[in-house]
Design a protein around this ligand. Structure first.
Ligand code: B12
Ligand code: SF4
Ligand code: SF4
Length: 229
């Protein structure tokens, strides 16, 4: 297949039908380690697939309704099915953020979209704020047409008050990093109901991208997966 901008547009259209977005891409430099492509040769380029807001949720829920209730990690399974099918059609290898060993999705996203991390570790998007994620990537062995990206405005640079660092009851996010155990202890404990039902208070305190904020039930779903509730 000849990979042109037209092919990327076709991929974007198939993904859009599932509420997913083609989030840009990049080429691996010859000098860097690159993952394998579909035939086991080194990948030359990657396209990232993700979401803004909860757009995939209704599509995922429809699929979920037809699956056995016991299915483990359903959102990962759905994402693998959808992105795997696109990969098969377009001659790519699909990979997931949950694949082990972990692939450096956030580093890839910074290259593809020019984003930088917020103090929470989540990449800050100029439009979506903290309300976006990556669901997979398509790895191509041949060079593909990739649009140039300009560095995105990093909203955190101009955010003097940083409310995202002031709302957690156990101060799990600090300049030292994320205290995973403290967060888990609170979320699972008797006073963690707000985090369990409405999501992370620090993430919700950010004033940007609020039109993309995940609804409470979607945040509760992610929190349950994070805390294995
Ligand atoms: C392991 C993991 C975690 C671990 C540890 C994170 C860590 N210290 O590295 C834990 C369980 C704590 C975690 C939590 C969360 N995570 Co997480 N996590 C991952 C995962 C699967 C692997 C990270 C990794 O080691 N990558 C390998 C290294 C080599 O890649 P990297 O790009 O260099 O990794 C970067 C991250 O590690 C980042 N980082 C370092 N510390 C932290 C802490 C947090 C909270 C985050 C988000 C990132 C982060 O810095 C690295 C350099 O950029 C990634 C997916 C992926 N494959 O990357 C998601 C990922 C980073 N997580 C993500 C998210 C959203 C979260 C949560 C905020 C929400 C959730 N999933 O429930 C929570 C925070 C809980 C809360 N309070 O709400 C998103 C971030 C999306 C974005 N917009 O940037 C990712 C990319 C998954 C996705 N599907 O999009 N996560
Ligand atoms: S509250 Fe401010 S510093 Fe924190 S994530 Fe939002 S913009 Fe960035
Ligand atoms: S989920 Fe709750 S306990 Fe964990 S970092 Fe966010 S506000 Fe703090």
């Amino acid at each position: 297949m000849t990979f042109s901008r037209g092919t990327a547009e076709k991929i974007a259209a198939v993904l859009a039908a599932e509420g997913l977005i083609l989030r840009g891409g990049f080429s691996f430099a010859q000098s860097e380690a690159a993952p394998e492509g579909i035939s086991g040769r080194r990948a030359s380029s990657a396209l990232l697939v993700g979401q803004a807001g909860a757009a995939p949720w209704p599509h995922f829920q429809r699929w979920r309704g037809k699956q056995p209730q016991s299915i483990a990690n359903p959102l990962d399974t759905w994402s693998r099915e959808v992105i795997g099918s696109v990969a098969e059609t377009f001659g790519a290898r699909a990979v997931s953020p949950s694949d082990r060993p972990y692939l450096p999705f956030q580093q890839w996203a910074m290259r593809a979209e020019g984003l930088k991390p917020s103090p929470l570790g989540i990449l800050m998007h100029p439009e979506y704020g903290l309300w976006h994620a990556y669901r997979g990537a398509l790895l191509f062995e041949e060079a593909i047409a990739i649009p140039d990206v300009d560095a995105a405005i990093h909203l955190c640079d101009a955010c003097a008050d940083k409310p995202c660092m002031k709302s957690c009851p156990v101060d799990a996010y600090t300049v030292q990093g994320f205290a995973h155990a403290d967060c888990l202890g609170h979320v699972r404990g008797p006073t963690g109901k707000l985090c369990r039902t409405g999501g992370c208070l620090d993430r919700n305190a950010c004033p940007y991208g609020t039109g993309y904020r995940y609804p409470a039930d979607v945040q509760a779903f992610h929190m349950a997966a994070f805390a294995r509730l």
